[in-house]
Design a protein around this ligand. Structure first.
Ligand SMILES: Nc1ncnc2c1ncn2[C@@H]1O[C@H](COP(=O)(O)OP(=O)(O)OP(=O)(O)O)[C@@H](O)[C@H]1O
Ligand SMILES: [Mg+2]
Length: 341
């Protein structure tokens, strides 16, 4: 496999929020990389910290109520910068131009009082210095690129005149208008029907293939991951618990949480089998989590898992914070026998 260049490297990122109920450890030491021209998926249950991770990368949390630790390196030219150390001004210059974000709710991306075209044109004029005519022509081109025809007529309509799926496509058009190198898509298809979901995923795939854009795709749906991602990080309670290529993780999931998630989706070759849900609930993030946060829900948990994290498992770029079934411990009297494979 050829070496891919890193574009973003998150190193041991922690995000603590000050809330009325005390300090909330929303992101608890996350590390991952996004390479140039790849689609990396982050998958996990609701509340596991996916949005908080990407909001931390772009520093979109309320500043006086958020503490960050760790590093978020972004490569530009031959150098790299830690985004957590940039000034506010540098950071706002980078948002949209270098790293753009599309969220689950496209309505939030648009102001209902202005036409869709006016808002996309405004981005082009502000960030790219285009004049009114140039910006209008580019807006129409972008709308048609994401499948909204005719661009000229549609650009003069207001957000409420667009359907949900069309507005999500328009939001993508606006976010890619300044040619970012990294697009963060936070649950971009969650509110859409299956047909519209497929269309949005196709647009993301084209952005990667035709424009070489890197995409960080957040989803709670493993099906979406299998459609377009090349690698995936599985998140649980503010941490990455497993990462690797999509093919490898689908074929050989190691972490008991990943295995449980995969048993909950319909898959080829498992037709007729009952889909499983994961019993129990994730731990509260405003309390200290001792040992492995998944232990109370884990079918393989041992006594020690409640006190300390197990030794991670790794093989050829596939990593898991727990060796799972590769390291079952059989209790035989006082002795513990390990079966590792
Ligand atoms: N402003 C906030 N104040 C306090 N807690 C928050 C705040 N925003 C998020 N949280 C908490 O941080 C945790 C992580 O939230 P986050 O939004 O990142 O989850 P998520 O994985 O994106 O979930 P979903 O799939 O539902 O979007 C959650 O438990 C949430 O309740
Ligand atoms: Mg979210």
């Amino acid at each position: 496999m050829s070496e891919k260049k890193e574009l973003l490297k998150v190193e041991n990122l922690c995000t603590d929020l000050i809330t009325a109920r005390g300090l909330y450890h929303a992101v608890r030491g996350i590390s991952f990389q996004v390479h140039e021209g790849e689609i990396l998926g982050i998958v996990g249950e609701s509340g596991c910290g996916k949005s908080m991770t990407v909001k931390s990368i772009l520093r979109l949390n309320q500043e006086d109520k958020t503490f960050y630790k760790g590093k978020v390196f972004y490569w530009k030219g031959t150098g790299r910068k830690n985004l957590l150390e940039l000034s506010r001004k540098e950071m706002s210059r980078l948002r949209g131009r270098e790293i753009a974000m599309v969220s689950q709710n496209p309505m939030a991306a648009f102001d209902p009082l202005y036409t869709v075209g006016e808002q996309i044109s405004e981005m082009l004029r502000f960030h790219k210095g285009m004049n009114r005519e140039e910006a209008q022509a580019e807006t129409e081109r972008l709308l048609e690129m994401v499948g909204i025809f005719p661009g000229a007529k549609r650009s003069r309509q207001y957000p409420h005149e667009f359907s949900g799926g069309m507005l999500q496509r328009a939001a993508i058009a606006m976010m890619i208008s300044c040619g970012p190198r990294l697009l963060i898509a936070d649950e971009p298809t969650t509110a859409l029907d299956v047909t519209m979901q497929a269309q949005i995923l196709e647009i993301l795939r084209e952005l990667k293939e035709k424009m070489g854009m890197s995409i960080l795709l957040i989803t709670h749906n493993f099906g979406v991951v299998s459609e377009i991602c090349s690698r995936v990080c599985v998140m649980y309670a503010g941490q990455v618990v497993e990462s690797g290529t999509v093919e490898e993780i689908f074929k050989n999931p190691v972490h008991p949480y990943t295995r449980a998630l995969l048993r909950g989706i319909p898959r080829k070759g498992r037709e007729g089998r009952q889909l499983e849900t994961i019993p129990g609930a994730p731990p509260r993030l405003n309390q200290e989590i001792r040992g492995c946060g998944f232990a109370p829900r884990c079918p393989l948990a041992k006594e020690s898992c409640y006190h300390k994290m197990p030794e991670p498992w790794e093989a050829q770029g596939h990593w898991s914070s727990c060796p799972g079934q590769f390291c079952q411990v059989l209790e035989s009297g006082e002795e513990e026998e390990k079966i590792c494979g």
